[in-house]
Design a protein around this ligand. Sequence first.
Ligand code: NAG
Ligand code: NAG
Ligand code: NAG
Ligand code: NAG
Ligand code: NAG
Ligand code: NAG
Length: 480
Amino acid sequence: MERSHRPCPGWGSQCLALLSIVIITAQAAHKSEAGSDSSAALINHSSMLIQRLQELLQYGNSTDTTLRIRTASSDEVKVIQTHQLLLSLQSEIFEGLLANQSVVTLQEPADCAMLFEKFIRYFYCGEISIQLNQAIALHRLASKYHVSALQRGVTEYMKTHLASESSQGHVVSWYHYAVTMNDEILQESCLKFLAWNLSTVISSSEWATVSDNLMVSLLQRSDLVLQSELELFSAVEEWISKNNPNASIIERVLRSIRYPMIPPHHLFQIQKLSSLLATYSSFIQDLLFQAFQFHSSSPLHFAKYFDVNCSMFIPRNYLSSSWGSQWIINNPARDDRSLSFQTQLGPSNYDSSKKLTWNALFSPRWLPVSLRPVYSESVSSGSQSSRLEEGKPRLVMTSAMSGLDFAGVTFQKTVLVGVKRQHGKVFVKHVYNVHQSTDEVSDFLAHADLQKRTSEYLIDNSLHFHIIIKPIYHSLIRAK
Ligand SMILES: *[C@@H]1O[C@H](CO)[C@@H](O)[C@H](O)[C@H]1NC(C)=O
Ligand SMILES: *[C@@H]1O[C@H](CO)[C@@H](O)[C@H](O)[C@H]1NC(C)=O
Ligand SMILES: *[C@@H]1O[C@H](CO)[C@@H](O)[C@H](O)[C@H]1NC(C)=O
Ligand SMILES: *[C@@H]1O[C@H](CO)[C@@H](O)[C@H](O)[C@H]1NC(C)=O
Ligand SMILES: *[C@@H]1O[C@H](CO)[C@@H](O)[C@H](O)[C@H]1NC(C)=O
Ligand SMILES: *[C@@H]1O[C@H](CO)[C@@H](O)[C@H](O)[C@H]1NC(C)=O
């Protein structure tokens, strides 16, 4: 039965519109009286209005709707007296539910039921406080009742709080939730965070809660940031022993480890000592054999006989010292800086004694030649320095050895940029892949604001880089 007194759903906005018309008219009247703008004023009681609306909910004055919240796990029913108009204003789901009934029973999971009063209060005042462990339940409520502004707000909160400190870790559960909700943007943000911060995740209790599908997706990525491939193998071993996935998942996961990136003495160790491989060695027999072959000859010779154009031979972002160097630049906006460091020639044991020396040059304000000021009498020093301010940060990495030229191998440089998060921990904010110079990417430190001490890129006024040198092998003409 239609309710005779049901107000039109647009009432709220009409009321607000009316309010502003009154103010504008009052201003207009005042203006014409005084004949000048100087005494015009805005009377603004919007916060009082919100206060009144909240009181309506708090004291239950003239409510017309009863919500009964039930959870499967208990007999308890939570009863909330509320106003159809305010719920309908922001939720078409509530509008539909309340169209012909004034008492509605809602079934909610326990964590959502716990937040229900808070959720309803949002309809009256448009604000809500949120904690890490409430994000999923709140997002679930906002999605179920189509409160799209709140849903977007919670998603934004999650994306900006991936790196927040929490005792259990929350990003893995947020990822799993994003999958069930089909929220690809949140999924990708979570995946990136887990990939770039893998060492921390591996050593937390969160690691055991990673689902089969998430593990498979993570292991396919070449941008994982961690100490070494061996660290990843041990972590996967631990995950398998805690989760007991089925054999096809174990095979998939074990075959995603990049064995050629592990030195042979460690390969011997895992082959002989890993209790997991004692059972499942048949899954990776061929890969271990191939890895030993890789270590026994130069990678370029190896590439004549085997296909090296596959993920197995692509290094991930290893932090251990043989792959690159950390570089902390204090007061980076001041002037150009340089760093020399050594890396291994490559992961193959055949090259283990060979080292490469690299020079890195960081310029806080670099300008391409075409934009540089011409040093002539006519150009004042003032305009020169203002041109210099326009320059962009640039990092160039070159080999110190002249004539470093190996057919079939290019050295990819990866620059990790760290930023500070709570409790002094460093979190990887960006990963840039270049051949030689960050000119190759358009967005290198684009929003870093290195001049500002408050820049989120500065940790105690220092910029944190980690440069990784990765040999990438190309398949040569194959010997048949
Ligand atoms: C009215 O006041 C509130 C805070 O009390 C403020 O958020 C709002 O912007 C003000 N409105 C105008 C039009 O200034
Ligand atoms: C709501 O009711 C309470 C007491 O029941 C009263 O004090 C209060 O002024 C009322 N508020 C409004 C907005 O009518
Ligand atoms: C409300 O109306 C809808 C259709 O408009 C109907 O399906 C539903 O059963 C009605 N509910 C009640 C409680 O009458
Ligand atoms: C193994 O588990 C995955 C999901 O975790 C499932 O998709 C797959 O069908 C299972 N395979 C077998 C052989 O049971
Ligand atoms: C390497 O593999 C990728 C895709 O698997 C392919 O697009 C590319 O052309 C290959 N490169 C060479 C040099 O074989
Ligand atoms: C992120 O990862 C870095 C290393 O890559 C680690 O030092 C840091 O503790 C991690 N941060 C958080 C918030 O987990």
